[in-house]
Write a protein that binds this ligand. Structure first.
Ligand code: PLP
Length: 395
């Protein structure tokens, strides 16, 4: 059973919006996000900086809330860079991600971007050219694709095997002569490694230890004083067990034991920061049975909330029963038992939760999907079928 309990104010909002026919909608619980981000910050030891990975949810109000507790924002494109600079003026920025263009790098230098996470020797040259044109040096972390981890429970692996992200140690070595050629225009400040998504605290501390062992040696051999190590994001969000949240205190204690004198560690989580604050609120349009199985069709669907299809899980939800039923014919519904929740798209992939047990659901009831604050609206194929977009509400 993948159920969640929305806070009273979220349930009340859903009911209010339903009455004025304003569902589906997203609600962001900014008060909960503020408290959660504060707790993450408090769990991290001195010497560990917190950057938020904007790609998880770039909503301006979300960014401003997280930024109160973060040391900066990590952006992955020129679009995110411009948006983040406008939403949170003055916030330190780190620019990462594959396939940066020369034009993006030039704009990032002009915007005063503090760190560039460089993905290849070619990108290092591009950055050098942009820095030369601007007459301003760029500070870089070289992104490595580190040695494979022992077996993990990871879903999205981004390091330690063939990968478009970062550099194998051999390719990293090719950056050394490029850096020498570029002189002081591009200043190496340390290494970056975001290797996987969906890791628990012990897995991530072990990954940090491997990066530090490699990185201290590498930075020592290549004269990088007071090195910085960006450990990436990837802290797990368990959609199957919404109550078991990432153990930030355990992670913080692990990092405290690893950090060396003169070093800066930096993390850039996304999902585990904002997932919990988001709610996708909608209404059941129809309920029917096919070959003995119950289906509930909701207003909206995976074009608003692609997370369950992207990650292959059932999105946790709560049914909010509504007694109001205006038509004078009987109300379709299903009793206690499994139901598949589908959206309005003409594709069998438009499933938000499959054969999930409920206490009963009828047309006209409301559904509040939880854990919808990260990789949700902004990764969805929003214009497919041209249904109207949801409205956004901030609590
Ligand atoms: C996506 C990404 C992150 C954030 O990952 P989460 O799983 O959302 O914590 C951090 N760093 C890089 C380089 C990324 O690509």
């Amino acid at each position: 059973m993948v159920s969640v309990t929305p806070p009273a104010k979220v349930g009340e909002l859903a009911v209010k919006l339903d009455v004025v026919d304003a569902l589906p909608a997203y609600a962001y619980d900014l008060a909960a996000l503020d408290a959660h981000a504060a707790a993450i910050r408090a769990a991290l030891p001195a010497g560990v900086e917190l950057y938020y990975a904007v790609k998880a949810n770039p909503d301006a109000a979300v960014l401003r809330t997280v930024a109160r507790h973060a040391d900066g924002l990590e952006v992955s494109s020129g679009g995110e860079l411009a948006h983040a600079a406008q939403a949170v003026p003055g916030s330190p920025l780190a620019f990462g991600g594959p396939g940066k263009t020369g034009a993006e790098l030039a704009r990032a230098i002009a915007a005063g971007t503090g760190r560039f996470h460089v993905e290849s020797p070619h990108e290092l040259r591009l950055l050098g050219a942009a820095a030369a044109a601007a007459g301003r040096p760029a500070d870089v972390l070289l992104r490595v694709n580190p040695a494979p981890a022992p077996a993990t429970r990871t879903a999205l692996v981004m390091g330690g095997r063939a990968s478009p992200f970062g550099m194998d140690p051999g390719l990293l070595g090719q950056c050394v002569p490029v850096l020498a050629e570029l002189g002081g225009l591009v200043r190496p400040r340390g290494l970056h490694a975001h290797s996987a998504s969906g890791l628990d605290a012990d897995d991530l501390v072990a990954a940090a230890a491997r990066l530090l062992a490699f990185g201290r040696d590498w930075c020592g051999r290549h004269d990088v004083p007071a090195p910085e190590f960006n450990l990436g994001g990837g802290m797990a969000v368990d959609y199957r067990r919404p109550d078991s949240v990432f153990d930030w205190e355990r992670y913080g204690r692990g990092l405290a034991a690893l950090i060396g004198p003169g070093e800066t560690l930096r993390i850039e989580p996304g999902r585990a920061v904002t997932a919990y604050c988001g709610w996708y609120l909608t209404r059941v349009l129809d309920v029917k049975h096919s070959h003995g199985e119950a289906f509930a069709i909701i207003a909206g669907g995976t074009h608003h909330l692609r997370t369950p299809t992207a990650k292959g899980h059932d999105q946790p939800f709560a049914v909010i029963p509504v007694s109001r039923w205006l038509p004078d014919w009987s109300r379709p519904g299903t009793g206690a038992g499994p139901v598949t929740i589908c959206g309005q798209l003409c594709t069998p992939k438009d499933v938000l939760a499959g054969r999930v047990p409920v206490g009963g659901v009828r047309a006209g009831d409301l559904i509040a999907f939880g854990l919808a604050g990260a990789y949700a609206w902004n990764i969805s194929h929003q214009s497919f079928l041209m249904h109207p977009p949801p409205a956004f509400h901030y609590l």
